[in-house]
Design a protein around this ligand. Structure first.
Ligand code: MOS
Length: 744
């Protein structure tokens, strides 16, 4: 059995489909008699809908319906915690006559063509009773209710008081928006009592559950199909209103309806990373031992739902410190409901924590890596459990070596290259390593091919390829002959693509299902007349194995046997299936703490003559266990670093305080990192298989590459310019000492 395919740099098995245009987005599926729904969105952030005047729109060419609260049956609420299902926003569209945020659905116009629906949506007039919205943090009423997070160990406040060296700073991460290439869209199709949804999603099974709950029908009546996805980043974890309205519209018209969220509304009705204001207090001894850590977060949620951005988890676990207190409070604003965005909680949390550590290092006159090593957590400080596998120390060391950290002159503005001043920074990265449950079916076909299927989905990360790799590794059937079928709720249950958990979750199930399918072929080999290994009743069966897709006697070379399909043909079988379910391995969860780690090193080049600030080098060292596909894995990390550069330097949704409208709700004004903003990126894996998590030793890798980018850049900017920036994004005007428009 060859194992070389695991860990190799493997091209995506879906790559040829993608580059030839055969891989379609879910809603590009062709349906007869399709109608198009276009939203009418609130233009006010806080109001009551007095009247929806739709008669003009209703009379326009091709218009089939204008649905609103006044003419549709109410939708049910999703069951959420009661059923382990989750919607983006617990309030279904049209539930009441209140407008809670700009961009909320007030009506849905459905027409024969998209253009007709758009034209008619413009003609729907909504009369509002308008109130002043609160969209800035400074306008929010004080936090209500208990803190959503409050945890202590030791006496953080007392230890801070008596600490020799203290740091007390506040960091702000603004609202960031996912903005995947493929915008949210759903196509809903009723056939009698059965609803089929073609949808772009990170979780077909959760989608199926939520839409069944909202429509009030049994879950088996709903099928969700999502074969390819133009990325998600968390915004597509849970269903949002457009899907519910597509289902409602299709039910009303008795014909399929497609609803597409326009780019402008990708900023309002499908979630975002919430603004967080984070105060960090660190206390240390004069030689850099942390004696106290306090992390307090204030964060807006919407008026209609609660979402907690769990920034303080990292503070409890990253460093060995006896006295820790963290607290998070929520305030309510007239904004849409926030949702997870790549590395939720940890990524903005590390902006604060790792920036604070770098500032503390300077106060102490210590190298920032030395400070981290001084406080290195050998066991998890929160749970006191040993780590399943932790090699963060090696990440720091390898990164420092590769980056040339020893040549660093810590003095501000001291490192030059021509007209430019170079700034260096570093930060740690940490992310949870989860594993859930999955069922996988593997089929070995009599034409010599294999098929693996599961109701998880590939959101662009390489999940299809990992399935094929494991089947190939286990059977020797070449990659080209392994078909992988994902993204359909009728398949055996599989995980949501979230939290960097899919790889660790599906690997054991694929392996077990493949083993089972192979065992069945081997059984058939000795049970089937016409098979070269047939052992008639009462005779000793030879011991057989499968290598390179051939069945052979174990102690003879594989080429002495026959291709596996000949066994199936001899028995006149189309195929043999294996199916296996593997779980989250809860027993191990009680014995070990599971995390992935990393260290990130960034360089900026500051040219004061022309006020140009650029990221000029980016090195990431990751400890995520065994890397199953070096190519897709590297791609995940580098993509996350690009996102980190966008987060640090450009991204920020800015709201108009009068209406609650995100005024930069387009790609011209909401800046993301382009190729010109991104230098050569380098990624090194420190590869220690984590066998406590699964037999391949693989942990997730989708999110961790983002974790330390922004705080490392904050340090680099300070090193180059002498300006400490504590509010993202870091802009040239901050460095020039100008006034910055307030967002909080
Ligand atoms: Mo990720 S924020 O779990 O898609």
């Amino acid at each position: 059995m060859s194992t070389s395919i695991i860990g190799a740099a493997v091209n995506r098995v879906d790559g040829p489909l993608k580059v030839s245009g055969q891989a379609q987005y879910a809603v590009d599926h062709k349906l007869e008699n399709l109608a198009y729904g276009v939203g009418v969105f609130s233009t006010m952030g806080n109001a009551r809908v007095v009247r929806v005047e739709a008669s003009d729109a209703q009379g326009m060419p091709g218009v089939l319906a204008v649905l609103h609260r006044g003419n549709t049956p109410p939708l049910y609420r999703p069951a959420e915690r009661l059923e382990h299902s989750r919607a983006g926003e617990i309030r279904p569209p049209f539930e009441d006559d209140q407008v809670y945020y700009y961009g909320q659905y007030v009506a849905l116009v459905i027409a024969n063509t998209l253009e007709q629906a758009q034209a008619a949506a413009d003609k729907v007039r909504v009369q509002y009773d308008v109130r002043k919205p609160a969209v800035l943090l400074s306008e929010a009423p004080a936090p209500q209710g208990p803190p959503r997070v409050h945890s202590t160990r030791g006496d953080a406040a007392g230890a801070f008081e008596s600490a020799a060296v203290k740091l007390d700073e506040t960091y702000t991460v603004p609202v960031e928006v996912h903005n995947p290439m493929e915008m949210h869209a759903t196509m809903a199709h009723w056939e009698g009592e059965n609803l089929t949804l073609y949808v772009t999603t990170q979780g077909v099974l959760n989608y199926q559950k939520v839409l069944a709950e909202v429509m009030g029908i049994p879950v088996e009546n709903v099928r969700v199909i999502s074969p390819f996805c133009g990325s998600g980043f968390g915004g597509k974890l849970f269903p949002w209103p457009e899907s519910m309205l597509a289902a409602l519209g299709a039910q009303h018209l008795k014909r399929p309806v497609r609803v597409q969220v326009p780019r402008s509304m990708m900023f309002t009705t499908v979630g975002h990373r919430p603004l967080t204001q984070q105060r960090v207090r660190l206390g240390a001894t004069a030689d850099g031992q942390l004696v106290s850590m306090q992390h307090d977060v204030v964060q807006p949620t919407s008026m209609v739902d609660e979402y907690v951005e769990y920034c303080t988890g990292v503070t409890k676990t990253l460093y060995a410190c006896e006295n820790v207190e963290v607290r998070q409070d929520l305030v309510r604003l007239n904004v849409g409901t926030p949702t997870p965005m790549r590395g939720p909680g940890a990524v903005p949390g590390l902006v604060a924590l790792e920036s604070a550590m770098n500032e503390l290092a300077e106060k102490l006159g210590m190298d920032p890596i030395a400070l981290r090593l001084k406080n290195y957590a050998e066991t998890d400080p929160g749970s006191k459990l040993p780590y399943s596998s932790k090699h963060l120390r090696e990440c720091y060391q390898k990164g420092a070596e590769q980056f040339g950290w020893a040549k660093r002159n810590p003095k501000v503005g001291s490192m030059r290259r021509g007209n430019e001043i170079l700034g260096w920074g570093m930060a740690s990265a940490i992310w949870d390593a989860g594993r859930g449950g999955a069922t996988v079916r593997v089929r070995l076909n009599s034409d010599g091919t294999a098929r693996a299927s599961c109701a998880t989905q590939d959101i662009g990360t390489g999940t299809y390829t990992i399935f094929a790799q494991v089947v190939t590794e286990k059977t020797g059937i070449v990659l080209d002959k392994v078909q992988v079928v994902l993204g359909d709720s009728t398949l055996p249950p599989g995980p949501t693509s979230g939290g960097s958990t899919v790889t660790a979750t599906v690997l054991p199930a694929i392996a077990k299902a493949t083993d089972q399918a192979v065992q069945r072929v081997l059984q058939a080999a000795v049970m089937t007349p016409g098979s070269p290994f047939f052992a008639p009743h009462g005779t000793q069966a030879p011991k057989v194995a499968m290598t390179n897709g051939w069945v052979h006697e174990v102690d003879k070379p594989y080429s002495s046997g026959v291709p596996f399909e000949e066994i199936l043909i001899a028995r006149r079988l189309a195929a043999l299936d294996g199916e296996a379910t593997t779980g989250p391995d809860l027993a191990n969860r009680e014995r070990y703490a599971f995390n992935s780690f990393g260290a990130q090193f960034m360089e900026v080049a500051w040219d004061p003559g022309i006020a140009r600030l650029r990221v000029s080098r980016a090195l990431t060292v990751i400890d995520a266990g065994k890397i199953i596909n070096r190519k897709a894995g590297t791609n995940q990390v580098l993509g996350a670093v690009v996102m980190g550069i966008g987060m640090a330097m450009f991204e920020e949704a800015i709201y108009d305080p009068r209406t609650g409208k995100p005024i930069n709700n387009n790609f011209a004004d909401y800046l993301v990192a382009t190729n010109a903003d991104v230098p050569e990126l380098e990624c090194i894996f420190v590869e220690y298989p984590d066998y406590h998590l699964n037999e391949y030793g693989a942990r997730g890798i989708g999110e961790i590459g983002l974790a330390g980018v922004a705080p490392a850049l904050a340090m680099a900017i300070y090193h180059a310019t002498g300006v400490r920036v504590r509010t993202l994004p870091f802009r040239v005007e901050d460095v020039l000492g100008g006034e910055r428009a307030t967002i909080v």
